[in-house]
Design a binder for this molecule. Structure first.
Ligand SMILES: [Ca+2]
Ligand SMILES: [Ca+2]
Ligand SMILES: [Ca+2]
Ligand SMILES: [Ca+2]
Length: 284
């Protein structure tokens, strides 16, 4: 009996050796299944390179180093992380959002500064954060006020008709061109003009822009015009409100040609003030 058991055990061992169970391949074998052994050697060489990676290495050539992309949450292997047609560096370094496909550099090239997306306005009175709003410009882009933080912002309200003194829009364009590189933005509401044979009637941005050679954003803003009214428009145009780089209302209401020199003086003062310190780190 004992001999029989030993024979059975021996037979069992022999069977096991002849038909072994398949072993679990190491994870690396999966990766190298299509490659020869030399490719594994190449991989280990890459690993060595990674450990010695210079801090400014930019795999996807989008203007942002790999380490920095890790920091801000963009993809270091894709130049256009959000697939909106603009490279991560072109967006982020100009204060646009590289992980938001609905936000990208403006047609018209309006400047931005570093801003906080969580910005939320308080109201329209002096010293308050100007309550945020959005409006379509002449290119059909939805511009949101809070994303212009970091700039001095001139809210300019006017209509197309210019009885008497001629139109001041070309002078506003001239100061925009002269100061925009310092962080100066004009947001212009074109409201309903005079009706009847002597007036233009409903706002028509393209005609107005071509007549005066304007490059800043123009919003067709027909009556009743709630945003313009919030900025204390009363009762005549041209009308101006000035916001500092924090978007706080500094000058709530100036109007008429006589107040234009005062507007220019305030722009000087506000542009000399430092930009707010917000969380927009830049690469070293
Ligand atoms: Ca990169
Ligand atoms: Ca990238
Ligand atoms: Ca993009
Ligand atoms: Ca984007």
């Amino acid at each position: 009996m004992r001999l029989l058991l030993q024979l059975l055990l021996l037979l069992s061992l022999l069977t096991s050796c002849a038909d072994p169970a398949p072993a679990e391949p190491p994870a690396d074998d999966d990766d190298s299944s299509d490659d020869d052994d030399s490719s594994d050697d190449d991989d280990s060489a890459d690993d060595d390179d990674d450990s010695a990676e210079p801090p400014d290495l930019d795999w996807d050539d989008d203007g942002l180093p790999n380490e920095f992309e890790d920091q801000i949450g963009t993809d270091p292997t894709r130049p256009d992380s959000d697939s909106d047609g603009y490279d991560d560096g072109d967006e982020y370094l100009n204060y646009f959002l590289p992980n938001d496909p609905g936000d990208y550099p403006y047609i018209g090239g309006y400047p931005r500064g570093p801003f906080e997306e969580a910005y939320s306005g308080e109201g329209f009175e002096p010293g308050q954060l100007s309550a945020t709003w959005s409006h379509l410009d002449q290119y059909g882009q939805e511009l949101q006020l809070h994303r212009f933080a970091g700039n001095v912002v001139l809210i300019y309200i006017d209509y197309e008709d210019a009885p008497g003194l001629g139109h001041i829009a070309p002078e506003v364009e001239a100061i925009y061109q002269a100061r925009r590189s310092e962080g100066f933005v004009v947001l212009h509401f074109l409201t309903a003009g005079l009706f009847g044979p002597a007036g233009y009637g409903p706002p028509f941005a393209q005609r107005y822009i071509e007549e005066h050679g304007l490059t800043f954003p123009v919003f067709e803003h027909p009556a009743p015009s709630p945003i313009a009214t919030n900025y204390h428009l009363s009762p005549f145009v041209p009308h101006w409100t000035l916001l500092n780089r924090d978007l706080r209302i500094v000058v709530p209401s100036l109007s008429g040609h006589n107040d234009w020199p005062a507007v220019l003086g305030e722009i000087d003062v506000l542009l000399a003030e430092p930009a707010p310190d917000v969380g927009w780190p830049l690469p070293r």
